[in-house]
Design a protein around this ligand. Structure first.
Ligand code: NZQ
Ligand code: ZN
Length: 387
C-alpha cells in the first residue's frame, strides 16, 4: 500500500430532515449567500422553497440554469456575482454539476485572473469561498471531495480541477431528495458510482485489502439496490444506500494507498467535451469494452477476484472464463438498467474518434493498463455496436 494522508474536512449531515442544520451552518459563515442550482428540478420538488424559508434571515443572490456538464461561462457568471456583491458563501443545491460549478465559482471568486486558468492548472487555486451543498442526485461524490469538472466547448475540453481549498465546508445528504430523480438519471448515477469504484479497484497496487473489499461491497450494493430504486423511486432504504455509496466511492475511501491514473473517466470526459453527453452514460458504454480490452495474463487474476467476490462466479482453473463471465454480467447489468449501450445511441459516430483518442492518450500513460491513441480508438470502435 502507498503512503497517504487522510484529511477530509467536509462535515456531512446524512438522513431525512437533516436540512434543519442548514441555517446554523450558514450562520457560522455569513449572511450573503449565492444560491446555485440547475434547470429547475429543485423548484418542482419544493426544495427551493424550503431553502428560501430556512434562510429567510439571509441575503440571497441566485445563479440558476447550471447545465449538466457545467460550463466555464457559468463559472465566470457566478464568480462575477460573488465579487460584485461580496458573497460570504456559495450554496449548491443540486447534483454533481451544480456542486462542481459552485466549487469552481468559489475558487474563481478568490482569483483575479481568468477562471479557466484554475481549471487548466489546479495549483493556481490558493483560496475559495466556503461551499455548502444540498445533494439531490447520487452519483459523483462531489459532495465530499475537492474535484470539480468543468467544460469549455470552445476548446472542446472537459477537465477536472480542484485542491483541498475546494472541499465543501458541509454537505446535507437527504436521500428523500433523490425520490424525484428520473429512471435514466438514477441508472446513470449508479453507473458513475460503479465506475469510480472500478477506477480504484483495477489498480497496480494490489495490497490495499481493506480498500478492495470495501470497493467490492460498494459494487454489490449498487447491483442490489439500483433495481429496487428503479422499481420503487421512493424506497428510502435503496435511495439512502445508493447515496452513501456514491459519497464513499469518491471521497478517497477506496483510493487511499493506491495511485494509478484513471482510464474510463478520461476517455469519457473527452466524449462529453465533443458531444455533451451524460457523463455516466458514456462510462457505462465504455466500461465493459475497456474491461474486455485490458484483460490479459497480467490482469486476469484481478478480474477473477472481481468475478468471484462481486458476482459470485464460482472459482475455476480457467480464470479467463471467470473474467469474461464477469465482464458480460457487468454489460448486462447496465442493459437491464435501461442505459444506452452504444455510442451511436448517444449521437456519436466515427467522425472524431481518432481526434479524441489523440487528445486523451497522454492522460492514459499511467493508467492500470497504459493505453495509447490506437488503443483508445479500438475501445471507442468496440462501443459502436452492441455486445
Ligand atoms: O438541472 P436540474 O433541473 O437540477 O436537473 C438535473 C439534471 O438535469 C437532474 N436532477 C438532479 N437532481 C434531481 C434531478 N431531477 C429530478 N430530481 C432530482 N432530485 O439530473 C440531471 C443531471 O444532473 P447532474 O448534476 O448533471 O448529474 P450528476 O450528479 O451525475 O453530475 C454530473 C457532472 O459531474 C461530473 C460529471 O463529469 C458531470 O459534469 N463529475 C464530477 C465528479 C466530481 N466532482 O468528483 C466526478 C465524476 O466522475 C464526474 O466527472
Ligand atoms: Zn464519474
Amino acid at each position: 500500500m502507498n503512503n497517504f494522508v487522510y484529511d477530509i474536512p467536509t462535515k456531512v449531515y446524512f438522513g431525512q430532515g437533516q436540512i434543519k442544520y442548514l441555517p446554523k451552518l450558514v450562520e457560522n459563515i455569513g449572511k450573503k449567500v449565492l444560491l446555485v442550482y440547475g434547470g429547475g428540478s429543485i423548484k418542482k420538488s419544493g426544495l427551493y422553497d424550503e431553502v428560501q424559508q430556512l434562510l429567510k434571515g439571509c441575503e440571497i443572490f441566485e445563479l440558476s440554469g447550471i447545465e449538466p456538464n457545467p460550463r466555464i461561462e457559468s463559472v465566470r457568471k457566478g464568480s462575477q456575482l460573488c465579487k460584485e456583491h461580496g458573497i460570504d458563501l456559495v450554496l449548491a443545491v443540486g447534483g454533481g454539476s451544480v456542486i462542481d460549478a459552485s466549487k469552481a465559482i468559489a475558487a474563481a471568486a478568490k482569483y483575479d485572473g481568468e477562471a479557466w486558468d484554475l481549471v487548466i492548472d489546479r495549483k493556481l487555486i490558493k483560496a475559495a469561498l466556503p461551499v455548502i451543498t444540498v445533494l439531490t442526485l447520487s452519483a459523483t461524490g462531489s459532495e465530499m471531495n475537492f474535484h470539480t469538472v468543468i467544460t469549455n466547448f470552445e476548446t472542446k475540453d472537459k477537465i477536472g480541477t480542484g485542491n483541498p481549498h475546494t472541499y465543501p465546508y458541509a454537505s446535507i445528504l437527504d436521500p428523500s431528495y433523490t425520490y424525484t430523480v428520473p429512471r435514466s438519471q438514477t441508472a446513470a448515477g449508479t453507473a458513475d458510482i460503479m465506475s469510480h469504484t472500478f477506477e480504484n479497484y483495477f489498480s497496480t497496487t494490489e495490497t490495499a485489502y481493506l480498500q478492495d473489499r470495501l470497493a467490492e461491497d460498494i459494487l454489490k450494493l449498487c447491483i442490489h439496490y439500483l433495481p429496487i430504486a428503479l422499481d420503487e423511486p421512493e424506497n428510502y432504504e435503496a435511495r439512502a444506500n445508493l447515496m452513501w455509496a456514491a459519497t464513499t466511492a469518491l471521497n478517497g475511501t477506496t483510493a487511499f494507498g493506491k495511485g494509478d491514473a484513471w482510464s474510463c473517466h478520461a476517455m469519457e470526459h473527452i466524449l462529453s467535451a465533443y458531444y455533451d453527453i451524460t457523463h455516466a452514460v458514456g462510462l457505462a458504454i465504455l466500461t465493459p469494452r475497456w474491461m474486455a480490452y485490458i484483460l490479459n495474463d497480467k490482469t486476469v487474476d484481478r478480474f477473477a477476484t472481481y468475478a468471484h467476490n462481486v458476482w459470485g462466479i464460482a472459482h475455476s482453473e480457467d480464470k479467463f472464463a471467470m473474467a469474461n463471465e464477469a465482464i458480460e454480467k457487468t454489460y448486462q447489468f447496465f442493459v437491464d438498467s435501461g442505459l444506452p449501450m452504444t455510442l451511436p445511441e448517444v449521437g456519436i459516430d466515427e467522425t472524431y474518434l481518432a481526434e479524441m483518442a489523440e487528445k486523451v492518450a497522454p492522460r492514459l500513460k499511467y493508467s492500470y493498463v497504459p493505453l495509447n491513441a490506437e488503443d483508445v480508438v479500438n475501445i471507442y470502435k468496440a462501443c459502436l455496436t452492441p455486445g
